[in-house]
Design a protein. Structure first.
Length: 356
């Protein structure tokens, strides 16, 4: 296997290690990458000589910054690629996430560095998630006209209080302590100790959980925990307008959380109004969903979003032309009616995502 391969595979004793090798792209995953990973995981699941699997990213900047939305954008716009990619990409990505969630052996994601979107999908849905002092975790989809997917309907709803709503709507960035607080991570390990951890995990007779506990450190207080009461107050509303009103009230109050509330409100007003309303509806109705139900709902939403405007405009503004000035349509929350949102949750009929 060449070092230039985008998915690197190696064995260390009973430990199988998969490395996403696209450091220049912050290890963002393409459809071809997903198609390489899926059969490998199938093989390792069936191989009795493999007792645990580690997934990590190449370089020291990112675990995985997400899926290759640029390719989806180009295909959906008819610029290049297969016009079916917007359907195929999400379907195969979600099928892989489900496989990871159900993996029959210890699956350990090393969430070292930037981890967003699809990177969360292949880590948070697995059994063990290791963060480091370099971890930066976010679900920033509302800023590109999308919504938090890859199982976020489930894992954001498992956060303390209304923290999941806050993270899904704002795309706020988390450090290691925050990721642990939210349940996105199971352990924190110093980045310089990762190789030693892998050496120990390679032992054939090792108890994975005991090994992870030996290497784990306490990352310090979670900044998000200090905001929890304010988050629960501001993000309890049934609609986005109520959230904005609550934030405005806290900002006017001049208390300890006034600056946070003002900044959060201003940030929300830069997001796609449609994405904000879809996301709040998604997290509300999916509060008790298991992963299969979450992915099925999210797939339905992706296909409606791909047929709309804001995703393409958001990717253009953030990733293509990078002017950071998206022209959302509709441009205001008031224009995004209940019936507008309803249409995104409508059945796809025979195009729905079903798991066998």
């Amino acid at each position: 296997m060449a070092d230039t391969d985008e998915i690197l595979l190696r064995r260390k004793g009973g430990l199988a290690i998969l490395t996403i090798n696209r450091p220049q792209a912050l290890n963002a995953l393409t459809l071809e990458n997903y198609r390489r990973i899926d059969p490998v995981l199938r093989s390792w699941a069936a191989d009795p000589s493999v007792h645990a699997v580690v997934v990590r990213g190449a370089g020291d900047r990112a675990f995985c910054a997400g899926g290759d939305v640029r390719a989806v954008y180009e295909a959906g716009r008819g610029v290049s690629g297969d016009p079916e990619l917007p359907a195929v990409f999400f379907r195969e990505e979600y099928e892989l996430i489900r496989r990871i969630h159900r993996f029959p052996k210890p699956y350990i994601a090393i969430i070292d560095g930037i981890t967003m979107g699809g990177g969360a999908g292949i880590s948070v849905n697995g059994a063990y998630r290791i963060v480091t002092e370099r971890t930066l975790f976010a679900m920033p989809e509302t800023g590109i006209g999308l919504f938090p997917d890859v199982g976020a309907t489930r894992f954001l709803n498992r956060c303390p209080g209304h923290a999941g709503r806050y993270l899904g709507l704002t795309g706020a960035r988390l450090n290691a302590a925050d990721a642990l607080y939210c349940g996105f991570a199971t352990h924190t390990v110093n980045a310089e100790r990762i190789e030693a951890l892998l050496d120990e995990l390679s032992s054939e007779d090792l108890a994975v959980e005991a090994c992870l506990r030996r290497f784990a450190i306490v990352p310090g207080p979670a900044p998000l925990a200090a905001l929890q009461s304010a988050i629960d107050c501001c993000f309890a509303g049934d609609n986005v307008e109520a959230v904005l009103d609550a934030l405005a009230g806290v900002a006017r109050g001049g208390g300890a959380h006034a600056a946070w509330a003002e900044e959060t409100r201003a940030d929300l007003l830069t997001k796609s109004p449609t994405s904000l309303k879809i996301t709040l509806r998604q997290l509300t109705i999916g509060r008790d969903y298991d992963l299969d139900a979450a992915l099925a709902l999210e797939y339905r939403l992706t296909q409606h979003v791909m047929a709309g405007h804001d995703f393409y405009e958001g990717v253009r503004a953030v990733l293509i032309e990078r002017d950071r000035k998206p022209q959302w349509r509709p441009a205001t929350l008031a224009e995004v009616t209940d019936s507008t949102v309803d249409a995104y949750f409508a059945s796809l009929d025979d195009r729905e995502l079903h798991f066998g």
